[in-house]
Design a protein around this ligand. Structure first.
Ligand code: MLT
Length: 260
């Protein structure tokens, strides 16, 4: 099956960060240095089917992704980690908590949700798959970019926008289809939420069209270990990349409250 490729920086308590679809570990470029400088060991895998990691040879289920990440945590001989995920990465983090809660000291749930896809959502995934099969992977970039970054960012920050395009271009059509199938069949995790007792940070971009702030607020309310959801202004779905300067102090304050 092959192992996940990853980058790491810094020493100290391990913080494992899982990117969203169809992106790569480069998504965390705004967090790496601040976290390493603050005394954390930041571990960033490319999820299966993304970046430099192996392609999925079957549906990329949340269970498969969670198994991959646990294997990485084992390989690095980490006992318990702080686990963060954005969107797809958050779905994987919840699945991993369900299966291996003893390995998780804290959760960061960013621009993500606990609900499974609705029937309409699954229908849209199938349409996207058909569209990729007929027209190529470029359709995904065209459809997703306006949801990942705000209009303002795309107009005024061409370098950052191009970096996001490059991440998306590293995903092949076959891997994107396998991932979309896995997203469509992912389990509903709402029953898990009342059992999450580790400290949890829920945050979301105020302009995220994929995960509206009301979804993040409901997620935070359902988790006993979470405070109120933090809504970061002037950011869409890729909030940590788009608004690192506003998000990082919140992230660091949360982590420091756990490791005095
Ligand atoms: C992501 O950013 O990982 C995707 O938007 C997740 C999804 O489509 O559900």
């Amino acid at each position: 099956m092959g192992q996940l490729r990853f980058s790491e920086r810094g020493t100290g308590t391990a913080v494992v960060l899982l990117h969203g679809f169809p992106l790569t570990r480069a998504m965390w470029s705004g967090q790496v240095e601040p976290l390493a400088e603050a005394g954390y060991r930041v571990v960033m895998p490319d999820l299966r089917g993304h970046g430099e990691s192996p392609a999925p040879d079957e549906v990329a289920s949340m269970a498969r992704h969670a198994k991959d990440v646990v294997e990485l945590i084992d390989r690095l001989r980490l006992d318990r980690v702080m686990l963060g995920g954005l969107s797809l990465g958050g779905y994987v983090a919840l699945e991993l908590y369900r299966r291996h809660r003893d390995r998780i000291a804290a959760l960061l749930l960013l621009d993500t949700r606990a609900e499974a896809d609705t029937a309409e959502g699954r229908h849209q995934r199938r349409e996207t798959i058909t569209s990729i099969q007929e027209h190529g992977i470029g359709v995904l970039e065209a459809a997703m970019l306006p949801k990942l970054l705000t209009d303002r960012t795309r107009a005024e920050r061409p370098v950052l926008t191009e970096r996001v395009r490059e991440m998306m271009r590293s995903t092949t059509a076959r891997a994107a289809i396998r991932t979309l199938e896995g997203l469509a069949e992912r389990p509903d995790q709402r029953d898990l939420l009342p059992t999450i007792t580790v400290p949890t940070l829920v945050a979301v971009g105020a302009e995220d069209p994929i995960t509206p702030s009301s979804v993040a607020e409901a997620l935070a309310e359902a988790i006993p270990g979470a405070g109120p959801a933090v809504v970061i202004p002037e950011a869409a779905h890729l909030m940590p990349l788009e608004s690192a300067e506003m998000f990082n102090p919140i992230l660091l304050a949360f982590l420091r409250s756990l490791t005095p």
